[in-house]
Design a protein around this ligand. Structure first.
Ligand code: SF4
Length: 328
């Protein structure tokens, strides 16, 4: 696996404006996606995972505002693109050609009154005007083949496809222009577990075949353990732990990561007791002081309520990072 970065996020901050003032949705996010890897982003609802995806792709709409930080895309060969400064026209091309995004709920993303053929070929017509009509159809057939759907479904409307097929059409569409990065925001959450795994296995095969990088966002850490190379865990708008997927599974350092791991049954390896995490995630407008996890943390001690722990490598674990006073 290459350690060459394809996407770097530094010091990213996002606020949401409310009648009562601004609330901090993302704080000091530093994250790197390496070329060819699957980076998993985990956390409960409201932890900031989707806000991060929207901010990075500049799809964040008011009252969300990026208040600081930088996001760079690194082209093969070394060119660096400042995503937050791209002009609107350049940004539209960038979004499909170099970075694409697959959202949860394909029915909401696919146009219900257009066939699969017309939706796939529209993307090609807009971004590859040099392709003739026949070539666009051939490419649409090829894209459907990549995700395991036969060409006879080209004429189908979204409602004539199963949920799994619709989500695979979205993945085909995201791959249409061979982007370097695909961001998947809860791409399989609405599907049953068998279909989830089929789609994710296919995605991992495609990633190897086509050599793109993936940011895979989900609240289900068991899926990330299975399908990611590295995992970043978010809580209260911050990254609280980052490590290789196997390291997080074997030896989570942050009490929240440990709680997440004990909230989902593992499909492989030894059985573990499911204990869950007491309490609920904090509301953005009432974020606890110090470590935002302290009201739910069974290991909280003196400094936890007063000081925000910084994300840093633990003394014995270079190559990973954790934001917890137990390790500072
Ligand atoms: Fe728990 Fe304290 Fe670590 Fe936060 S900093 S996770 S409250 S031990």
């Amino acid at each position: 696996m290459s350690a060459e970065p394809v996407l770097t996020i530094s010091g990213l901050n996002v606020d949401y404006g409310t009648d009562a003032g601004a609330v901090h949705a993302l704080r000091d996010i530093d994250l790197t996606l390496n070329r060819g890897e699957v980076l998993g982003l985990a956390g409960e609802s409201g932890s900031g995972k989707s806000t991060l995806a929207y901010a990075v792709t500049r799809l964040l709409s008011p009252p969300g505002v990026i208040t600081g930080g930088e996001v760079h895309y690194h082209r093969p060969g070394g060119d660096r693109v400042d995503i937050l400064s791209l002009a609107p026209r350049r940004l539209r091309a960038f979004r499909w050609q170099e970075l694409s995004i697959v959202f949860q709920g394909a029915m909401n993303s696919l146009n219900p009154v257009h066939t699969v053929h017309s939706q796939l070929t529209d993307v090609l017509a807009a971004h590859r005007p040099e392709l003739r009509k026949r070539q666009r159809t051939e490419r649409a057939v090829e894209l459907l083949g990549l995700v395991g759907i036969s060409a006879d479904r080209l004429a189908a409307y979204p409602h004539q496809l199963s949920g799994g097929m619709r989500q695979r059409v979205m993945i085909a569409m995201a791959l249409a222009l061979e982007p370097e990065i695909v961001i998947m925001d809860e791409p399989t959450t609405a599907l049953d577990v068998v279909m989830q795994r089929q789609i994710l296995r296919r995605l991992v095969q495609l990633r190897r075949q086509l050599d793109f990088s993936v940011v895979f966002i989900t609240h289900d850490i068991s899926l990330l353990i299975e399908f990611s190379d590295r995992i970043a865990i978010m809580y209260g708008g911050r990254i609280v732990e980052q490590a290789g997927a196997a390291e997080i599974y074997r030896d989570p350092r942050h009490p929240y990561s440990d709680g997440l791991l004990h909230s989902f049954p593992a499909l492989h390896g030894p059985r573990r007791e499911l204990t869950g995490i007491p309490g609920s995630p904090p509301h953005l407008s009432a974020m606890p002081t110090g470590c935002a996890f302290h009201p739910r943390c069974g290991k909280a001690f003196d400094p936890c309520a007063g000081r925000v722990p910084l994300l840093a490598p633990p003394a014995d674990g270079p190559g990973r990072a954790v934001a917890c006073h137990l390790h500072s």
